[in-house]
Design a protein around this ligand. Structure first.
Ligand code: GDP
Length: 460
């Protein structure tokens, strides 16, 4: 089956490498055998084909004799470049018009437009790094918090890949011993000690289980902690969200139930992204639009990893509060009880809420005690594990493959317990090797590569 991602690696590709739009400088990147030759044809300055790798050259780029821009050209001669091919980076003035004209003349000289992720794909195919590292390039570009940045950087630098590779090597050793036994056919020889193999599989399962478990954390690091602010209409949910976002993104209103839909937004606390979901409240209602809101609120709450339950201490009553807290306890999702409107609180209600374990009293409107609340949020989410520097799986494709590897390894263990024959054992081991190999790209298919790299932007 052919895939849409079939760019030939013979071609020289070109794309804008910097963000589209106006900027001080834009960088256009060419990669391929003819990158330097193609650029040289339109560049007026030194003869680029006679220059050393890793040098910069000032000159002009022309369309026939018309100057398009004054540029600085950086040369990277194969294999000392990101793609391991000849690479030219042209720094020009950051006007979309200039960029378009420059790319046009380069296309006319024989380059073709790069497909999404094609530079990174070439780097992978030419052995610059493995597949997990290539995927980390995309994560690194998209990282928007200290935690996601650190996880992506660690993966790009090969921490995760190294761990997977070691696991594979140990397994390959056993697989080849067992396959050797098969060559001896009828003779009853055992090169691969079954007890040692069992021990190895158990060790592998330990590592793989730890990686699988790390995905919960990895997912949170990459995608943010889904957080719901729940509470009755007028409790001050939008005010709190706004205070946290420091901008008017939710509707603040005196009318009960005006916040009818979800406004999702992100804030960064202590290097962790929290994805806030503002909801329409928990009140029973007859108003249809709002009723939908309430139902959706309840659905959203089940998807949350953290619930901030807000109480209007000026107007609420303890009976309702206790009933809601009871409901929240049954949901089984970590929650923080927040007493709002400290400035106008009923003394009895305030005293009762103060006594609730882990509660925080605030005034969303005056931003009083927001720092205490932020600290409490970080405490509840507790990402301390992350700081140990352990490998964390953030990619769902890797997670999927680790689950499949675990199943295959369990088959090997069961096989050993049931004394199955070497050929079946070898099959199960090969299966685990296959899934592990797909993570780092030792085993790939065109479809797999197309799927991964088509998610990149053009120019990456
Ligand atoms: P929501 O329905 O839960 O989103 O509540 P809003 O954020 O819209 O707030 C309802 C009303 O309470 C608004 O008039 C806010 O200005 C007011 N409010 C919010 N926080 C406080 C607070 O700390 N003190 C006082 N006095 N009023 C507040």
């Amino acid at each position: 089956m052919s895939t849409p991602h079939i760019g030939s690696t013979e071609d020289t590709i070109v794309a804008l490498a910097t963000a589209p739009g106006v900027g001080a400088i834009a960088v256009i990147r060419l990669s391929g055998n003819d990158a330097i030759k193609i650029c040289n044809k339109v560049f007026k300055g030194k003869d680029l084909e006679k220059q050393e790798s890793h040098t910069l050259h000032y000159g002009t780029i022309r369309d026939n004799n018309k100057v398009i821009d004054e540029v600085v050209v950086s040369l990277f001669v194969a294999p000392k470049s990101f793609t391991k091919e000849n690479v030219v980076e042209i720094s020009c003035h950051g006007s979309p018009f200039i960029v378009k004209q420059l790319i046009k003349v380069l296309l006319a000289q024989g380059a073709r437009l790069a497909l999404p992720g094609e530079f990174t794909k070439r780097a992978f195919l030419n052995g610059q790094f493995d597949l997990a590292q290539a995927e980390a390039v995309a994560d690194l570009i998209n990282s928007d918090s200290a935690a996601s940045h650190e996880a992506a950087l660690n993966q790009m630098r090969g921490g995760f890949s190294e761990q997977i590779r070691q696991l594979r090597e140990e397994l390959i050793h056993f697989a080849s011993m067992i396959e050797l036994e098969l060559d001896f056919g009828e003779e009853d020889v055992e090169f691969a000690d079954r007890d040692d193999l069992k021990q190895l599989i158990n060790n592998l399962l330990k590592v793989i289980n730890a990686l699988i478990e790390s995905f919960d954390l990895g997912n949170v690091i990459k995608n943010g902690v889904p957080t719901v602010i729940a509470g009755k209409p007028n409790a001050g949910k939008s005010t709190l969200l706004n205070a946290l976002l420091n901008e008017e993104k939710a509707i603040v209103s005196d009318i009960a139930g005006t916040t009818r839909d979800f406004i999702e937004d992100e804030i960064n606390l202590g290097g962790i992204t929290f994805r806030f979901i503002d909801t329409a409240g928990l009140r029973e209602t007859t108003d249809t639009i709002e009723k939908i809101g309430v139902e959706r609120t309840q659905q959203q709450m089940k998807k949350a990893s953290l619930i901030i339950y807000m109480i209007d201490m000026a107007n609420d009553n303890l009976v309702d509060v206790n009933r809601d807290i009871n409901k929240l306890e049954n949901l089984g999702i970590p929650f923080i009880v927040v007493g709002n409107k400290q400035d106008k609180a009923q003394p009895d209600l305030k005293a009762a809420i103060e006594k609730i374990k882990g509660s925080v009293l605030i005034s969303a409107a005056t931003k009083e005690n927001l720092d205490t609340l932020k600290g409490r949020i970080l405490e509840v989410v507790n990402l301390d594990n992350f700081k140990t520097g352990d490998t964390i799986v953030t990619n769902i494709r890797h997670y999927d493959n680790l689950l499949k590897t675990r199943n295959a390894l369990m088959d090997v263990l069961n096989g050993l317990d049931n004394n199955i024959t070497g050929d079946f054992l070898a099959m199960d081991i090969r299966q685990s090797l296959h899934y592990l190999g797909e993570i780092t790209g030792e085993i790939t298919t065109d479809d797999l590569l197309a799927n991964i790299f088509s998610k990149f932007c053009i120019g990456k």
